[in-house]
Design a protein around this ligand. Structure first.
Ligand code: DAH
Length: 361
């Protein structure tokens, strides 16, 4: 018996004995792999002469082909067996209902921001942005906050380490912005007048209870031009609030109030009812019984603020307003606790969130 015939018998026996694909692969490597038995024999062909090499070469090539074919046949058989076993043991109940498909939801705050953007875009406002980390100048000083104003104090404002390179304390002192009014300053400094913008974003104050979180969202509006007056402010607010709450004759009133950056300043109330302990935004049937809910601060931009931004207050005047986006969302969508907005509970989002395809109306 030649060594090739013997090797064929040995390998054939091993191939037949291989009961799974893994051991079959091992046999293939020992026969045909780089260091396999047949490969080894072929490597020795170079040492033989002419005729002998030809005969031996044919013999080994034939052996190689036979073994390869045999392995292939065995592999197919094993695969078939494996499939038959799976078909026999695994079952698929096609009558089962499909698994629920989990869709993500748009957060009510994102939804509200989109609604606001759309309302104000229709009134000709463009959208501006500013940084969350502000300096004292943009957050307070330029907005006409006198030194020692309570809003500057520790209990409200998150102070950050000041900038050691900066000599001017207005710019050295860093805070997390406490309101979006800082963006008014940045935008007026950058673009001057006329200007008509809204700014939406995160603001920060050290506070935490059912109606306060250390981070919340505000929208700020600013319109400065040569002839802008309080009538425009009131008209703009009526348009905005009735469009947002989707109530056509929503009653609105302005009450005099104080903010350092406006003169005169006002707080804005919308009509509501609290009958049966439930808060509803609505006009009362009897005007004298109308109840009110405060939603917004506003006023005519203080001349000092315009001056601080390089705008001549004898030539230009304008209005500004600011309000909490989270609160607007809570009121419109009946969300009772502000804190739940930021707890990242997907069950909450499932309930209060919006379907992506329904958000842009
Ligand atoms: N910045 C104020 C706050 O955070 C809100 C505000 C009031 C903004 C009056 C204004 C305004 O632009 O005119 O409470």
């Amino acid at each position: 018996m030649t060594d090739a015939v013997q090797l064929k018998e040995e390998l054939t026996a091993k191939i037949e004995a291989a009961n799974d694909l893994k051991s079959l692969e091992e046999v293939r490597v020992t026969a045909l792999g780089k260091k396999g038995a047949i490969t080894d024999l072929m490597k020795m062909l170079g040492k033989l002469d002419g005729e002998e090499r030809k005969v031996r070469g044919q013999e080994l090539n034939q052996l190689k082909d036979e073994i390869a074919d045999f392995i292939k046949a065995r592999e197919e058989k094993l695969k078939k067996e494996e499939m038959n076993l799976r078909l026999a043991t695994e079952t698929l109940d096609v009558t089962l209902p499909p698994l629920p498909r989990k869709l993500g939801h748009v957060h009510p705050i994102s939804q509200t921001m989109e609604e606001l953007q759309k309302i104000f875009a229709e009134m000709g406002f463009s959208v501006a942005e500013g940084p969350d980390i502000e300096d004292d100048w943009h957050n307070f000083t330029a907005l006409n906050f006198p030194p020692g104003h309570p809003a500057r104090e520790m209990q409200d404002t998150f102070f950050l380490p000041s900038d050691p390179q900066e000599k001017n304390p207005d710019f050295a002192t860093k805070v997390l912005r406490t309101h979006t009014s800082s963006v008014q300053i940045r935008e007026m400094e950058r673009h001057g007048a006329p200007i008509k913008i809204i700014c939406m974003g995160r603001v920060y104050r050290s506070d935490y209870d059912m109606t306060h979180t250390p981070m919340f969202h505000q929208v700020e509006g600013l319109y400065v031009d040569k002839n802008v007056h309080m009538g425009h402010l009131k008209g703009c607010l009526i348009e905005f609030l009735s469009a947002y709450f989707e109530i056509e004759d929503l009653p609105i009133r302005l009450r005099p109030s104080f903010f350092p950056f406006v003169e005169p300043g006002a707080e804005v109330d919308i009509g509501c009812s609290r009958d049966g302990g439930e808060l509803k935004i609505a006009r009362a049937e009897n005007e004298l019984e109308q109840q009110w809910l405060e939603v917004l601060g506003c006023g005519m931009v203080h001349p000092n603020v315009l001056k601080n931004c390089g705008i001549d207050p004898t030539e230009y005047q304008g209005f500004a307003f600011g309000t909490g986006i989270d609160r607007l969302a809570m009121l419109k969508y009946g969300i009772p606790d502000l804190r739940s907005m930021f707890e990242s509970d997907t069950r909450w989002l499932q309930h209060y969130g919006f379907n992506l395809y329904e958000t842009v109306k």
